[in-house]
Ligand binder design. Sequence first.
Ligand code: MN
Length: 191
Amino acid sequence: MPLEEYVSKRRFADTPEPAPAAGKRGKFPPNYFCVQRHDATRLHYDFRLEIGGVLKSWAVPKGPSLDPQVKRLAVHVEDHPLDYAGFEGVIPEGQYGGGTVLVWDTGTWRPLDGDPAEAYRRGSLKFELSGKKLDGAWALVRMKKGDGKNWLLVKERDAAARPGSDGAITVERPKSALSGRDHAAVAKARD
Ligand code: MN
C-alpha cells in the first residue's frame, strides 16, 4: 500500500488532515501539483507532484526560488493522498507535523522528460509547472551523496525565471493561493 507511511504517522481522530480514501481525488485536475507552506517546528514548504495516483512529496526548508542559480534542498518525505492538495488547516500540537498549513501554490504540471514514474525512480525529474505563482520549467534531482532522501529543486532558465531573485517569491507572496489567507488567519479560523 503506497500510503502506509502516511497513515502510520497520523491519528485521523486527532488531525484534520484527510485519511486516504480509495479513488478519491477531490476536485483536482489530472497532473496536479501543489506547494503547501507549513508553519511547523520549522517553517518549510512541501512540494507535491501527482505521480502514479499519489502526491510524491518533498519538504523544501527555504521554499522554491525563481532564480536558476539557486539550488534548493528538497528532502523526500512520505507519499500523500491526492486530496491532501486541498488541505489548509491546523495540525494540533503533539501530532505529526503540528502547526498550520496553507496551500501556497496550486496548478498542473507536465513532464518534459519521458515517463514521470520512470524519471522519479531514476532520480531526475524535469517538468513544467502551470501554477498561480510557479511557472515554466523546473528540475528535481536526487543527490548522489547520503541516504537518497536529499534532492535539489531548481528553476530552469526560461521566461518565468527571475535571475538574482533568490527567495523573493516566498517573501513577496506568502499567502494562500486558494484562500488568500496567511498562517494567522488559518489558525484563527479554527478557534
Ligand atoms: Mn510539512
